[in-house]
Design a protein around this ligand. Structure first.
Ligand code: ZN
Length: 133
């Protein structure tokens, strides 16, 4: 079962400028930044209530976030739902014929285990499933 919205991923061109906006204008506080090499991205998490905003800046012109911005401009790139048992959920969705980007969990920022569902299978939204210890 999905427990809650874990975070909303927002693609930005300039991470420092985006953090400054969220901190100074909206009063959120970034809990540090991290580079996830595999996804060619630098991320910052800003907790708000029970969820977080994840700001994503590409570290390479051929990374998925750079490509997203090239195609769509800056903005919401994915929504992440928290699950308890990611493997189980992925197996269940695969059995039901849902198109997955990741059939196996991979590393996500902050030590989470994550996997993406294909937007073609989710009515147009890139959905991340996220398991945290
Ligand atoms: Zn995410």
């Amino acid at each position: 079962m999905v427990k809650k919205i874990d975070h909303i991923g927002i693609a930005v061109k300039d991470l420092a400028a985006a953090i400054k906006f969220y901190e100074e204008m909206l009063g959120l506080k970034a809990t540090g930044t991290e580079v996830v090499e595999e996804q060619k991205v630098r991320v910052a998490f800003l907790p708000t209530g029970d969820s977080e905003v994840e700001l994503l800046e590409s570290t390479s012109p051929d990374g998925p976030i750079a490509k997203f911005i090239e195609k769509n401009g800056e903005g919401i790139q994915h929504i992440a739902f928290r699950v308890d048992n990611l493997e189980e959920k992925l197996a269940e969705l695969k059995n039901k014929g849902i198109r997955l980007i990741d059939e196996k969990p991979r590393y996500g920022a902050g030590g989470a285990r994550i996997a993406f569902l294909h937007p073609k299978a989710t009515f147009g939204t890139l959905i991340e499933l996220c398991e945290r210890k």
